[in-house]
Design a protein around this ligand. Structure first.
Ligand SMILES: [Zn+2]
Length: 243
């Protein structure tokens, strides 16, 4: 009897070996996220947690064909370094880690890898995967999970009509649905926080995002949006495995 666990880091070597020997594993989803500021109320891990959540639920739908590789929990976040707690990798470091994980999976015989991204700053990885695919001779694709949402859908479901934005209505709703312990309104007093944000382009948006998260986010919206992304990622992975 084989466990129904799909998260690679929760499996034993026996589990992985037996599934591979039986030809059961065809694909892997690699979540990429960040550890970075998410306004006053959301945990630093939001992008990693959301990408991992989407990847995990999608892989469960595809069991036993797909596993979730260990999430990359630090991304390209130089633009948030003025906020203490943010961790950032240089782009080349980030690309190298992603490549090495893909290579590891390939060496175990996994030929379809979907990178499920949860942090907009990691977008440049999308320009690298064709080269990764060619070097490794396997099928690697990159998608930010919110690519699942059309503009019409966002207009319909999001009061702010803004998605993904940053720690605003969408991400706050997602967290309320998937990991409510990461939403921490207690003790938040935005006006009193004296933020003095240095980034001129971002400073005017921070209070807008804050209010959108506070006033519009609901767990129900989060559940609907998460489910759409999960189905979309599962479909994409299935298409890759079908070749
Ligand atoms: Zn985020």
């Amino acid at each position: 009897m084989i466990t129904e666990e799909v998260r690679l880091w929760k499996l034993t070597r026996r589990h992985v070996r037996e599934r591979l020997e039986q030809g059961l594993i065809k694909g892997a989803i690699l979540p990429t996220g960040s550890t970075e500021q998410h306004n006053e109320h959301l945990a630093m891990e939001h992008d990693t947690a959301s990408a991992a959540h989407v990847a995990y639920q999608a892989a469960l739908q595809l069991y036993p064909q797909t596993v979730v590789a260990t999430p990359m929990a630090v991304g390209i976040s130089e633009h948030w370094m003025e906020f203490p707690g943010t961790l950032s990798l240089r782009p080349e470091t980030f690309f190298t880690v992603a490549y090495d994980i893909c290579e590891s999976l390939k060496r175990h015989g996994i030929e379809h890898i979907l990178i499920c991204n949860g942090h907009a700053g990691n977008g440049p990885l999308g320009n690298q995967v064709e080269e990764f695919s060619q070097k490794l001779g396997i099928d690697i694709q990159f998608a930010s999970y919110w690519a699942a949402y059309s503009k019409e859908l966002v207009d319909e479901l999001m009061e702010s009509k803004d998605c993904p934005a940053h720690a605003a209505e969408f991400e706050t709703s997602f967290a309320m649905a998937a990991f409510p312990e990461n939403v921490q309104w207690k003790g938040v007093d935005y006006e009193a926080a004296n933020l003095d944000i240095k980034s001129e382009s971002y400073a005017p948006r921070d209070p807008v995002y804050f209010r959108a998260g506070r006033d519009y986010a609901t767990p129900k919206k989060g559940r609907v949006m998460a489910d759409i992304a999960i189905d979309w990622v599962a479909n994409k992975m299935q298409e890759m495995m079908d070749g």
